[in-house]
Design a protein around this ligand. Structure first.
Ligand code: ASP
Ligand code: MG
Length: 457
């Protein structure tokens, strides 16, 4: 069997859902399991309504809910004409009635807890899959609407719940196995799950990819297909460099590095369940279903280009800590990282010298507290407005002279930090954000002047 995951833009309206039905119809022999996101922008819309309601703006919240309701009803009306149409429209209205009740509750309480956010956000995927399952049926695809909350069992860390793997794998096999065996296409909500006590949770924004990988791993799928609105993994962001090309094959390690450093195609954690079971992942464009996309796999062919892709991340802040007490001392880094740990603040790039440490953050919500603590052990300065650029390629580890190429591309760009990752498959540096377009373009010119046709389209 295979798992086909469709992101928000791939199910955003009637035409998009129609394309999904075509894609699945062509793959029935491969026994697809469908995992779907909410219709594009629905999750944002629901969460926005929830925060309006909790802020006492009940009317605005309800108007927002009405808009979402109308969109879902309208697109469904375009899609369904058979006998189930009335029932599906009623079911959609009923879901929105429940959303409305929750909004009124939030308005009374004046408070929005992570647990309520998950309850509300879950409606997005519940609605999109309800519609999709009926669209399939009407198009002659025997399908079965599943409830992910009976499959993905998580801890209670609402809005970022972690799946409990043993329970989840067993539940997936129990829930989805029979549907697949009976020749139906199970339709599963991405992103949502539940605690052992049946309270609805979500596994983090963009988490539907993760759901797909978990389902694929639990059922030993032979392929996981992530259908999105881009052509796959590109040599860099085509919005920044229009000449960017498609990367046909990339390794799991390379894809994971890219995801961590801002490539927007994949949720980094997606990779893990697939990697563990060595299940290939395809990233495909649902708007161009005949294109090959990008294959992420364990076995990549050799590539003559040292770099396969350049990713970047904006909005980065550098924190520098300097202290002469660090000189010849030990345990200093430990103290620094304990502070970040205490404030649950992730650090991306680190570089050290004898008496100073520089780190980068992309989330500065805890910056004030972190800096206050750090000042107790050294001199601290904070430098915002930075960007991380990351060149990724398996062959960086054995090709000499890469640093020379990087620096020749960055001649006019001030590099604040540089690190050749411990994995040796990336070279990462930190520059001023306003130099980002020049840097990425420069690097792309240097590394992709000639293209190895086995790897690049
Ligand atoms: N609908 C969720 C979100 O927008 C999950 C997903 O799309 O993967 O974050
Ligand atoms: Mg999404």
């Amino acid at each position: 069997m295979i798992v086909c995951k469709f992101g928000g833009t791939s199910v955003q309206d009637a035409e998009a859902m129609e394309r999904v039905a075509c894609v699945i119809k062509q793959r029935l022999k491969q026994k697809p399991i469908v995992v779907a996101s909410a219709m594009g922008r629905t999750t944002d819309g629901l969460l926005k309504a929830a925060s309006l309601a909790a802020d006492g703006k009940k009317q605005e919240a309800l108007e927002q809910v009405t808009r979402l309701r109308e969109k879902h009803l309208r697109e469904t009306q375009k899609l369904l004409s058979g006998s189930s149409r009335g029932d599906v429209l009623d079911a959609i209205s009923l879901h929105f009635k429940e959303v409305g009740t929750l909004m009124r509750g939030l308005a009374v309480l004046g408070e929005l807890t992570p647990r309520s956010m998950d309850a509300i956000a879950s409606f997005g995927e519940r609605l999109s899959t309800l519609i999709l399952a009926h669209v399939f049926e009407e198009r002659g695809i025997r399908s079965q609407l599943m409830d992910s909350r009976q499959c993905i069992i998580t801890d209670e860390n609402f809005t970022r719940a972690a799946p409990l793997f043993e329970l989840t794998e067993a539940a997936i096999r129990e829930q989805l196995g029979p549907a697949v065996k009976s020749g139906r296409v199970p339709v599963v909500q991405g992103f949502i799950g539940s605690t052992r006590n049946g309270i609805t949770t979500t596994i983090g924004r963009g988490g539907s990819d993760y759901t797909a990988a978990i389902v694929g791993a639990a059922l030993d799928a032979y392929d996981i297909q992530i259908w999105t609105d881009v052509d796959g993994i590109m040599t860099t962001d085509p919005r920044m460099v229009p000449e960017a090309r498609r990367v046909k094959v990339i390794s799991f390690d390379e894809a994971a590095e890219l995801a961590y450093f801002g490539a927007r195609v994949l949720h980094p954690a997606t990779i893990l369940p697939a990697v563990r079971k060595k299940i290939p992942v395809h990233v495909l464009n649902s708007y161009k279903p005949d294109q090959d996309g990008t294959l992420i796999t364990d076995e990549t062919p050799p590539c003559e280009n040292p770099v396969k892709s350049i990713a970047y991340k904006k909005g980065i802040t550098i924190v520098n800590i300097a202290s002469t007490r660090m000189l010849m001392a030990h345990g200093f880094l430990k103290k620094i990282f304990e502070i970040f740990d205490l404030h649950k603040t992730p650090v991306d790039v680190v570089s050290t010298s004898e008496v100073s440490v520089s780190l980068t953050l992309d989330d500065t919500s805890t910056l004030f507290d972190v800096v206050t603590e750090l000042k107790k052990i050294g001199e601290v300065n904070v430098d915002g407005g930075k960007a991380i650029v990351c060149c990724v390629g398996d062959h960086l580890r054995n090709i000499p002279g890469v640093a020379h190429l990087v620096f020749s591309a960055l001649q006019d760009v001030n590099v604040h930090m540089i690190s050749q990752g411990a994995s040796a498959i990336n070279v990462t540096f930190v520059i001023d954000e306003d130099r980002l377009p020049a840097a990425v373009r420069g690097l792309h010119d240097v590394f992709f002047q000639k293209l190895d046709s086995r790897i690049f389209e």
